[in-house]
Design a protein around this ligand. Structure first.
Ligand code: ADP
Ligand code: MG
Length: 348
């Protein structure tokens, strides 16, 4: 019996404070099947709240119209629907994000791969939820139409080109981070120096929080013995200034079968969901888009490969690894970044 469990957001903001709120502006809304939250500080008295809310909303609608795999008329969906190898016109933003994804694919030797869509669907993590484990034959058949090397880009004018006419792309693992960067840019254009932008758990923070302290972000311990039995315990508290934080976890969207946990992340080499004991990967990076993509990539790579990759590229990461009923932290962070570590990091 397969159980599909979708657990809630586990990155939490701590100490958002209740001190002087008169120059704090909190905005929120829905996008990409999740919620967005923006906190702005030290805003001018005459800042038009409705105007900035509208600008953020429009920016997110635009990004959805470019990247969504749910909207049939988005640029990505249209590219996916066309089964030929002619260059396909897209906006510059799509080429930029695809280029970032392709770089990550090369750096991770294909662990990160935006062409895994057919496998995501086959395993029932796409738009249609299925309840059967696919046959080896159907996995091999789906794999034939995947592979980031089948995809190239062109600039000026911006084009995507598929070498396999049945290739399609899925930017879910990186698009939320891109959206965070875009909203942060919009805020910076208003000369706001202290802010936090969060979309579905991926975030960017700059300056100070409403308590006039550095922003603090908790990585929660993923207690997931059923949806109603989650206690929120901070495993790490990170201090963030002018940085993005993204987390990828196997406990937000997965199913269990015969005691094996299948995550919604696919190992492109095997064509199967990852089943290792890495519970989550959190990445700190200047770019939310890169942090988002890296978190997924390292999650796919697993503990050992992921850690050596992080060391090779000098990345700031925290991994939570399942150890029986609890978790072990593996971190490359310096103590100044991770203010409080409830368990000492192991890096063996
Ligand atoms: P979430 O969307 O839950 O925040 P991620 O950012 O880790 O999590 O993205 C997971 C999504 O990425 C999956 O739902 C799937 O669409 C896609 N995906 C799955 N495997 C891979 C992979 N190996 N490389 C790139 N994208 C992947
Ligand atoms: Mg991701």
């Amino acid at each position: 019996m397969r159980i599909l469990l979708i657990t809630a957001l586990f990155l939490a903001l701590v100490s958002c404070g209740s001190s002087p709120e008169d120059n704090v502006l909190r905005l929120q809304g829905k996008t990409m099947g999740t919620f967005w939250h923006v906190t702005l500080l030290d805003v001018e008295k005459n800042l038009d709240k409705n105007k900035i809310q509208k600008q953020i909303k429009e920016q997110l609608v635009k990004i959805n119209q470019q990247f969504s795999t749910y909207l049939v008329d988005s640029e990505v969906s249209q590219f996916n629907a066309v089964h030929d190898t002619q260059p396909f016109a897209v906006s510059d933003a799509v080429v930029d994000v695809v280029n970032a994804a392709q770089l990550l694919s090369r750096q991770t030797q294909g662990a990160f791969d935006i062409t895994v869509g057919p496998l995501v669907d086959l395993w029932g993590f796409g738009s249609a939820i299925k309840f059967e484990t696919p046959s080896e034959l159907s996995i091999q058949q789906a794999k034939v139409n995947t592979g980031y090397k089948f995809l190239t880009t062109q600039a000026q004018p911006a084009r995507l080109v598929k070498k396999n006419p049945l290739l399609r792309i899925d930017l879910s693992a990186i698009a939320k981070g891109y959206a965070v960067d875009q909203v942060a840019m919009l805020i910076e254009q208003q000369q706001i120096k202290n802010y936090l932008v969060e979309i579905g758990g991926e975030l960017k923070a700059k300056g100070h929080n409403p308590k006039a302290e550095t922003w603090k972000v908790a990585i929660e311990k993923p207690e997931d013995n059923g949806l109603n039995n989650r206690s929120k315990v901070a495993q790490h508290i990170l201090e963030i200034d002018d940085k993005a934080v993204a987390t990828s976890g196997d406990y937000r969207n997965y199913f269990e079968e015969n005691g094996v946990r299948y995550s919604h992340m696919i190992d492109p080499k095997t064509g199967k969901p990852i089943t290792h004991n890495l519970a989550s990967v959190t990445v700190l990076h200047q770019s939310a888009m890169v942090a988002d993509g890296l978190a997924t990539a390292i999650m796919v790579m697993g503990e050992e490969k992921g850690l050596s990759f992080a060391n090779q590229y000098n990345l700031q990461i925290v991994m939570l690894v399942r150890k029986g009923d609890s978790f072990r932290s593996v971190s490359t962070l310096k103590p100044s970044v991770s203010r409080k570590q409830l368990k000492p990091p192991k890096t063996e």
